[in-house]
Design a protein around this ligand. Structure first.
Ligand code: PEP
Length: 256
């Protein structure tokens, strides 16, 4: 485990209603020790990425807790005629401090290109949001020996705007929602490539500070072995984050 403060994100994707989100927050608060204040300090930093309509619900339900909120996406423009999209100022207004950029489900379902991801990273910075940039290869790219070329291409593109604040999530597409988690060795190898490339682009100090999360079927059973890797600084959790007990177990696996 590294000296960087671990970061754990919960990506709720298109799940849960407002009543379920309130219930989640109440259960999470109880399990975390009466109130989520216990998560402050040396424990992992925690951020939830719910779907947009749940942001005000969670902002209320998590008032006073150290759990931060983030959007799952944002439009590069600050406002305008973009039906179905959401802007950085709107996310900030809803209580977000983070935003996911380039999640593979956006790249796949909405054809998001590397250039569009870069524009979103730039927009996040302009509106005071920290981008959590998601990168990862498909099963075919891994089979074809292209993993590191894909990761470095995605990383170089996403950092084109030279963001001041950001974190990365290595999320092999073949591991997302499949139960086929990367082994600690496979994850570490990819994280080390990302950190080396980061160092080439932004310098050694930035690379040493940057948190690189792992995402892809992370769960309470595999979190401890993964977080023990030197370049792994936390998790972006999909399915397991929908259950507050399982999410908390992953957070605690990252704790002191
Ligand atoms: C994700 O979608 O970011 C993710 C990591 O999902 P899961 O944990 O369900 O694989």
């Amino acid at each position: 485990m590294s000296a960087r403060r671990p970061l754990v994100g919960g990506n709720w994707k298109m799940h849960l209603t407002s009543a379920e989100a309130r219930d989640w927050a109440a259960r999470f608060g109880r399990q975390a020790g009466g109130q989520t204040g216990r998560l402050a300090g040396r424990q992992a930093e925690v951020v939830l990425f719910p779907s947009f309509p749940l942001l005000p619900v969670l902002a209320r339900a998590l008032t006073g807790s150290p759990v931060a909120l983030g959007g799952q996406d944002l439009h590069p423009a600050a406002s305008g005629a973009h039906t179905g999209d959401v802007s950085g100022p709107q996310l900030a207004d809803a209580g977000c401090s983070w935003v996911l950029c380039g999640h593979s489900e956006r790249r796949q379902d909405h054809g998001e290109t590397d250039a569009e991801v870069a524009a979103k990273v730039a927009a996040a910075g302009r509106h005071g949001l920290v981008p959590l940039v998601c990168l990862g290869e498909t099963a075919g790219e891994r089979r074809g020996g292209e993993t590191f070329a894909v990761l470095t291409r995605q990383l170089r593109a996403a950092l084109e705007p030279r963001p001041e604040r950001f974190a990365l999530a290595y999320e092999p597409v073949w591991a997302i929602g499949t139960g086929d988690t990367a082994t600690p060795e496979t994850a570490q190898e990819a994280h080390a490539v990302l950190r080396r490339t980061l160092s080439e682009i932004l310098g050694a100090a930035v690379a040493a500070r940057c948190r690189i999360l792992y995402g892809g079927s992370a769960n309470p059973d595999n979190a401890a072995a993964l977080i023990a890797q030197p370049d792994l600084d936390g998790f972006l959790v999909g399915g397991a984050s929908l259950d507050p007990d399982r999410f908390l177990a992953i957070i605690r696996a990252c704790g002191p």
